[in-house]
Design a protein around this ligand. Structure first.
Ligand SMILES: *Cc1c(COP(=O)(O)O)cnc(C)c1O
Length: 396
């Protein structure tokens, strides 16, 4: 089945039974069994059968079926947030004395989890620069259990050589995990490139409407039992209304992503033409870091990218640009229908990754507004930025 058709059809078994289009929302803790014998049968596989709300309801099972199908993995585990998906997947594969390799451009709260939780529990972590490919083999130790990748990094947008990393990892029995939030399953097919565990902050593009938190771990059958049982031991579960919203967002993913892509590219090209801009960090633009790898491995780009200004541009001028906005919101997260803009500091969050720029940087998310309105908004913002710079020049 082709992806768009899959998005429209997967995870709808329950709905069919009820004669409606969307699977019903199951609010449940207790599940009642017709008999003790039925209960005993259901208990034989608590990861699959509906036995107790915390282990998953039909609402979460429908979502998990869809997430696994779309991402191209065998099984999926819905988690309360993208961050919890990362934490659960990592905890599932290590014990004290083990070692993890983690890309330097990893989502910053994941680094905080590693430092303050896993390292405290005796797990060693080595960060590696995103430019490492097959040479990651030199960092693999006998006790290395997994390599965590994130491609591209969501501040500096380097693309990783996932197939080379996967080949090196699998040669030594190491699991490859990838945070695939930026590309979504539509634009990067993790399991075709050797990934064992794909992590999604579904909060972003899959939910797509900035109205709920959701994470997903999508994995091969080989690692599923370890990760699912870890998630159950931690007591994490997903509310049925959030599962419903996520499944609803998923249905339109393939209608939204090309629009995010197109508008993002238009904004990126416009920014490239501004004399104050030193570089636009967008994997789909030739000359951007990782463009060659992106072209080889990806099927498209999302709407999140960065821009770096020349060193002379002041923080006050950037603040004038970001504060002026009819359409660009100031806020964390991305992937919703609305555009966002935020100053960034990649040097601070990615200490091992070369950052050849001295000027300030921003990150933009292209939403679903008309790109002409967004560019007009940027034009106004840039003229304010120029006013601030000119005033500073006069004052000096
Ligand atoms: C937002 C984000 C996360 C965390 O997702 P939450 O649902 O907010 O916990 C993880 N990885 C990346 C790349 C993200 O952008």
């Amino acid at each position: 089945m082709r992806t768009d058709t899959l998005l429209a059809t997967t995870g709808r078994g329950l709905a069919k039974k009820a004669g409606v289009v969307n699977p019903p929302v199951y609010h449940a803790s207790t599940v009642l069994f017709p008999s003790l014998a039925d209960m005993r049968i259901a208990q034989q596989d608590t990861a699959k059968n509906f036995v107790y709300g915390r282990n998953g309801t039909p609402s979460t099972f429908a979502l998990e079926e869809a997430l696994a199908a779309i991402e191209g993995g065998d099984r999926a585990i819905a988690c309360p947030s993208g961050m919890s998906a990362i934490a659960i997947a990592l905890m599932a594969v290590v014990q004290a004395g083990d070692h993890l390799l983690v890309v330097d451009t990893v989502y910053d709260p994941a680094r905080i989890f590693l430092t303050h939780t896993l390292q405290r529990f005796g797990v060693a972590v080595t960060y590696y620069p995103p430019s490492m490919g097959a040479d990651i083999a030199t960092l693999i130790r006998p006790e290395t259990k997994a390599i965590l990748c994130e491609s591209p990094g969501s501040h500096s947008f380097e693309v990783q050589d996932i197939p080379a990393i996967a080949a090196a990892a699998h040669a030594k029995g190491v699991i490859v995990m990838l945070d695939n939030t930026w590309a979504t399953p539509l634009y990067f097919r993790p399991f075709d490139h050797g990934v064992d565990v794909s992590l999604q902050a579904a909060t972003k593009y899959i939910v797509g409407h900035s109205d709920c938190e959701m994470g997903a771990i999508i994995c091969t059958d080989a690692v599923f039992p370890a990760i699912k049982s870890q998630a159950m031991r931690l007591g994490t579960c997903v509310g049925p209304d959030d599962a419903y919203l996520t499944l609803r967002g998923l249905r339109t993913l393939s209608a939204r992503m090309p629009r995010h892509q197109e508008t993002g590219l238009q904004l990126a090209r416009w920014l490239q033409q501004q004399p104050e801009v030193a570089a636009v960090l967008h994997p789909a633009l030739p000359g951007s870091p990782g463009h060659t790898l992106w072209k080889r491995d990806f099927r498209g780009t999302s709407g999140l990218f960065g821009a770096v200004f020349h060193p002379g541009i002041s923080e006050a001028a950037i603040a004038a640009l970001v504060d002026h906005r009819r359409y660009f919101g100031i806020g964390f997260s991305w992937g919703g229908f609305e555009s966002l803009m935020l100053p960034t500091n990649p040097r601070k969050v990615h200490p091992l990754t070369p950052w050849p720029y001295d000027g300030p940087s921003i990150r933009l998310h292209a939403g679903l507004e008309d790109p002409r309105d967004l560019i007009a908004d940027l034009e106004d913002g840039f003229s304010l930025l120029r006013t601030v710079m000119a005033d500073a020049g006069t004052a000096a």
